[in-house]
Design a protein around this ligand. Structure first.
Ligand SMILES: [Zn+2]
Length: 285
């Protein structure tokens, strides 16, 4: 970390949350000298195992930590902190009930951990999920909630002075995946004669998702799409040969996701605000 270096801190729930809607921007920013750290609340223990030679249910968390570190290094992050809660699984699954599941963690304990990280990293910009977590994953919604508690707590001199000097993060963004990208993906899959059953019920699943046109920053990542897909490929247990994201040729996928979109969550934007980048106009002390 050097003086006046822009600093970015991401608050996420699983290894692989950092790739699809954000990876190109992270690669571009790190290449341009932005300091990036990431927080992941779980090791994704309830995720899929695409190939049984890669992991077992018992060691999946350890394998996914390695996959996350591979991706982080590819994208140019300086460090990743795992909070060590267990993946809560999809809504309605048995994993939700486990006492060590992230969604059952004590809010105050999580917030204190996040505040200590915020006060150490002193980010100018923070990233987390929008309120619906993209598609309603309970862990995504939980980290959204905890980030909103932790950022003001970190700035409050009366909150836990033992955790470091207060720090006000200037902006919080929600990276968003737009409906249009998925519709284009579906159209291309139809054109290639590929099955599109994934899209059954897609509108229903996205009923509470962030509106596609509500964003303040659009970043063209044409220079770093290769790096983004290299990071994506680190997550081998999640994106196996049968993955939805591997059905189209990689060049077409890269094209579909070649712009990344960010909605400004804090401070609340004025109508019609557009920024050229996440740090545009900030005072980088
Ligand atoms: Zn996730």
């Amino acid at each position: 970390m050097t003086t006046n270096q822009p600093r970015l801190l991401g608050f996420y729930a699983h290894p692989d949350d950092e790739v699809l809607g954000i990876g190109g921007t992270l690669a571009q920013y790190s290449a341009n000298g932005v300091y990036i750290e990431w927080v992941v609340t779980t090791r994704g223990e309830a995720g899929e195992i695409s190939d049984t030679s890669l992991a077992t249910p018992e060691n999946l968390g350890m394998v996914r930590e390695r996959e996350m570190r591979c991706s982080a290094q590819t994208l140019g992050m300086t460090d990743v902190t795992f909070l060590g809660y267990r993946d809560s699984g999809m809504d309605g699954t048995e994993d939700n009930q486990r006492p060590d599941a992230y969604i059952n963690a004590d809010d105050d304990a999580v917030v204190a951990k996040l505040v200590a990280i915020i006060r150490r990293v002193r980010p100018h910009v923070a990233l987390t999920f929008e309120p619906f977590g993209g598609y309603g994953h309970p862990d995504h919604i939980a980290i959204h909630h905890h980030t909103h508690l932790a950022l003001p707590a970190a700035a409050d001199p009366d909150y836990r002075p033992d955790l470091g000097t207060p720090w006000q993060t200037q902006r919080l963004f929600y990276p968003i995946l737009r409906r249009e990208s998925f519709m284009e993906m579906k159209a291309r899959m139809v054109a290639h004669d590929l099955p599109v059953d994934f899209f059954d019920g897609f509108e229903k699943r996205r009923a509470n998702a962030w509106p596609s046109n509500n964003y303040q920053v659009a970043i063209n990542i044409n220079g770093t799409t290769t790096t983004k897909w290299t990071a994506f490929n680190c997550h081998r247990t999640q994106f196996g040969e049968d993955s939805l994201f591997r059905r189209l040729p990689e060049s077409e996928m890269a094209e579909l996701f070649s712009t990344e979109y960010f909605a400004l969550a804090y401070p609340e934007p004025e109508e019609g605000l557009r920024l050229d980048g996440l740090f545009e106009g900030l005072d980088l002390d």
